[in-house]
Ligand binder design. Structure first.
Ligand code: IPM
Ligand code: MG
Length: 355
């Protein structure tokens, strides 16, 4: 198999973790007889500095014509003062929108070696396996009207939470189909006791569910879901929710597994999928060889399985991660008593050795 992959390393720890993931990818290619052709593009703050915009047109064109996109991270304090349209984060939103990636899959799975790395009690987190299905191109992130307007006494800031039938149907479909490959329980998270857009969300998800009688559907308000995730996370299998709620709840779900540095994600919905760890650019530890590359490496595994149907290859990466953790190797974020602290590069090398 020959595939073209756009590599957008971006900012902060992005350029440190991406090479580790690419080493793993190329080794998989050699091992299993696939060719992965890499093309690099500028994105985020790094693109602002070198090209003046967070998402240069040639980066977008590159992403569109590739078979998949691997993204590191974007953003950092250096660019925080810029107006919204010019900020690094816009690159991410632009890629999601332009590539039609309406579904974001964020699996939060506990590696048994890491139960002690979680801030929660072992019996609460041991064995958790939650898939957050986050709507990614709608809701308040993209709704109009938006902006900051002048008033007589000051300003008002406006954003709009909006969802259409079609947008809700297609994300519900992704969630129900994913549940069929798992434990067949979907929890739909909304705020239907207050928001009309959520009332519609709940109605459409309930309708869509009729096509999946073999899957159980539960509804939960978002405040309760935030609580239940730390109270009893094992009650969840697939959790489907809006763009904003999914952003928040997936960070919370990530922390259950010990560190946000562990979680990969897949953004899918049309021809080209995009794969990135769920964490940000972590400017505080950038350039120090301290970042955890596992979320990035696991994103390669998701790419292999979701975009290219290479499940054996994906599994071998997951097993190598598991084995490395079982051997006691840890980056700073998941360090604990009796474990061996190593850096970003060394973690990448250990996982390679275990492939
Ligand atoms: C994420 C991030 C992004 C989001 C930011 C960087 C725009 O937090 O992917 O979860 O809010 O979607
Ligand atoms: Mg987020």
């Amino acid at each position: 198999m020959k595939k073209h992959i756009a590599v957008l390393a971006g900012d902060g720890i992005g350029p440190e973790i991406v090479p580790q993931a690419l080493n793993v990818l190329q080794t998989i290619g050699q091992r299993f007889g696939h060719e992965f052709d890499l093309a690099y593009g500028d994105v985020g703050g790094q693109a602002i500095d070198s090209r003046g915009v967070p998402l240069p047109p040639d980066t977008l064109a590159l992403a569109k014509k590739s078979d998949a996109v691997l993204l590191g991270a974007v953003g950092g304090p250096k660019w925080e003062g810029l107006e919204y349209e010019r900020r690094p984060e816009r690159a991410l939103l632009g890629l999601r929108e332009q590539l039609g990636l309406f579904a974001n899959l964020r699996p939060a799975k506990m590696y048994s070696a890491l139960v002690d790395a979680s801030t929660l009690k072992k019996e609460v987190v041991d064995g958790i396996d939650v898939l957050v299905v986050r709507e990614l191109t709608g809701g308040i992130y993209f709704g109009k009207p938006k902006g900051i307007e002048q008033t007589q006494t000051g300003h008002k800031g406006i954003n709009t939470e909006v969802y259409t039938t079609e947008e809700i149907q297609r994300i519900a479909e992704v969630a129900f189909k994913a549940a069929r490959k798992r434990n067949r329980v979907v929890t739909s998270v909304d705020k239907a006791n207050v928001l009309e857009s959520s009332e519609l969300w709940r109605r459409i998800v309930t309708d869509e569910h009729k096509k999946y009688p073999d899957v159980e559907l539960r509804h939960m308000y978002v405040d309760n879901a935030a609580m239940q995730l730390i109270r009893n996370p094992k009650q969840f299998d697939v959790l489907v929710t809006t763009n904003l709620f999914g952003d928040i709840l997936s960070d919370e779900a990530a922390m259950l597994t010990g560190s946000i540095g562990m979680l990969p994600s897949a953004s899918v919905g049309s021809k080209v999928g995009m794969y990135e760890p769920i964490h940000g650019s972590a400017p505080d530890i950038a350039g120090k060889n301290m970042a955890n590359p596992i979320g990035m490496i696991a994103s390669v595994a998701m790419m292999l399985s979701y975009s290219f149907d290479l499940t054996k290859e994906a599994e071998s990466i997951e097993q190598a991660i598991q084995k490395t953790l079982d051997q006691g190797f840890r980056t700073k974020d998941i360090e604990g008593p009796g474990t061996t602290l190593i850096g970003t590069k060394e973690m990448g090398e250990k996982i390679l050795e275990n492939l």
